[in-house]
Design a protein around this ligand. Structure first.
Ligand SMILES: *[C@@H]1O[C@H](CO)[C@@H](O)[C@H](O)[C@H]1NC(C)=O
Ligand SMILES: *[C@@H]1O[C@H](CO)[C@@H](O)[C@H](O)[C@H]1NC(C)=O
Ligand SMILES: *[C@@H]1O[C@H](CO)[C@@H](O)[C@H](O)[C@H]1NC(C)=O
Ligand SMILES: *[C@@H]1O[C@H](CO)[C@@H](O)[C@H](O)[C@H]1NC(C)=O
Length: 371
């Protein structure tokens, strides 16, 4: 697929301003009045008569600027239907869909708890049939300058929950430790974890349906870090947790949570774990340039924000059009991943190419939820 990504320039910054809207807070759609609105239905036994929407693509954004990148675009209008979903964020209570239901979008709210809660609410809502849906996580991210630069669009193969570790404050780090972070169940940085929680990382679809701009991997943490040492520490964590398979390049606060929920929903055949695309565009560096310090990197100018938001739409719309236009002859049936997909426990079957190996002896836990 051929298209050109935006780079930062003053013209673009000027012209991208209308995309940046303040979060709107509409009191009539916040979850507050939900109970009152449901009450008459409960009293009179009126069932939910909304047709079940079966989107071909569901776009996951994490905050308002990422969502706004998809509003007012020429290709499709996801504001033709607003569907309030119980369990969504108070700031973003609605899923948004085109009138034909082919493309939908939601906003999780930022960081791991919001992502897990919102995506759980979606997959168990019964408002949507998501069994054939492709999920496009479309967000901005910090970037490792060793891999690429701001404005780039990346597609991840692994999402690593890097901060799920022990931590010693910087002022109390033993002299022989290069960082205060070390894996759970280990005794020092650089060791394999002695115990796993299952959400540390996932491997999934290997760029099969995505334009290959940069294929590199993503690190999840609620903590927004900046600096050479933390950058290098989490680079090391990514290497250790994935047995050297993943390339640490983007940093964000949600993707392992989103994937953890989609993995569990896949066990009940509510979604398909091989239909997930993690697209993260680079808005800022995870560490300073030579001569700058970590705080200045974090709090200084962010010239990458606007191009990264514009590029989410530019690259993402190609992915969406590719899926929708070739639906019948290709994507409806799904893409067979040639790599392991799933969690460190092997819950979806197969042998993980990272961690200590499947705890289910390579077979899949089969569970059916009868709807
Ligand atoms: C959906 O909500 C947006 C605001 O979030 C609004 O602009 C749009 O008109 C709404 N669509 C419908 C069909 O009500
Ligand atoms: C969901 O969609 C699939 C096809 O994509 C269909 O086979 C299935 O019956 C649908 N499930 C429900 C509950 O409508
Ligand atoms: C990263 O790993 C390398 C190789 O093991 C080590 O030399 C370095 O000190 C580590 N860096 C940090 C910040 O942990
Ligand atoms: C990953 O590395 C650890 C430690 O070296 C090893 O025990 C484990 O078998 C490796 N896993 C895979 C899938 O190669």
């Amino acid at each position: 697929m051929g298209f050109t990504l935006y780079k930062e320039d003053p013209y673009l910054r000027e012209n991208s301003r209308p995309l940046l809207r303040a979060p709107s807070f509409d009191p009539t759609t916040t979850p507050g009045p939900m109970l009152l609105r449901l009450l008459p239905c409960l009293l009179f036994g009126v069932s939910n008569t909304l047709a079940i929407i079966a989107p071909k693509v569901f776009i996951f954004t994490m905050f308002d600027l990422e969502a706004n990148a998809w509003f007012g675009i020429p290709e499709f209008n996801v504001l033709e239907q607003n569907i309030t979903v119980p369990g969504f964020s108070p700031l973003y209570p609605d899923a948004h869909c085109t009138s034909d239901g082919v493309v939908c979008l939601l906003t999780t709210g930022q960081a791991e708890i919001n992502a897990a809660a919102t995506i759980s609410a979606l997959v168990y809502s019964r408002t949507f049939n998501l069994t054939s849906t492709y999920f496009l996580v479309a967000g901005i991210a910090g970037i490792n300058p060793k891999v690429t630069t701001i404005g780039s669009v990346t597609f991840a193969r692994y999402a690593v929950q890097v901060a799920l570790q022990y931590e010693i404050d910087a002022r109390e780090i033993p002299a022989q430790f290069p960082t205060g972070y070390f894996p759970q169940g280990s005794t020092a940085p650089g060791q394999m974890p002695g115990s796993w929680d299952g959400t540390e990382h996932r491997a999934f679809l290997k760029g099969a349906s995505a334009p290959s701009i940069v294929l590199c991997d993503t690190a999840t943490s609620d903590v927004y870090w900046s600096g050479n040492l933390l950058g290098e520490a989490f680079e090391n964590t990514t290497t250790i947790f994935t047995n050297g398979s993943a390339t640490y390049c983007t940093t964000q606060q949600e993707d392992s949570a989103t994937l953890g929920v989609l993995m569990r929903a896949t066990m009940f055949h509510l979604v398909d774990f091989s239909r997930i695309i993690i697209m993260r565009s680079a808005s800022d560096f995870d560490r300073p340039y030579p001569g700058q310090n970590g705080v200045a990197n974090l709090l200084g100018d962010a010239p990458g924000i606007n191009p990264s938001l514009l590029n989410l739409h530019l690259a993402g719309v190609k992915v969406i059009q590719g899926i929708v236009n070739e639906w019948d002859n290709k994507y409806a049936h799904g893409v067979q991943a040639d790599n392991y997909i799933g969690d460190v426990f092997g819950s979806l079957g197969g042998e993980p190419d990272f961690g200590p190996g499947s705890i289910f002896k390579g077979s899949r836990i089969t569970s059916w939820l009868y709807l």
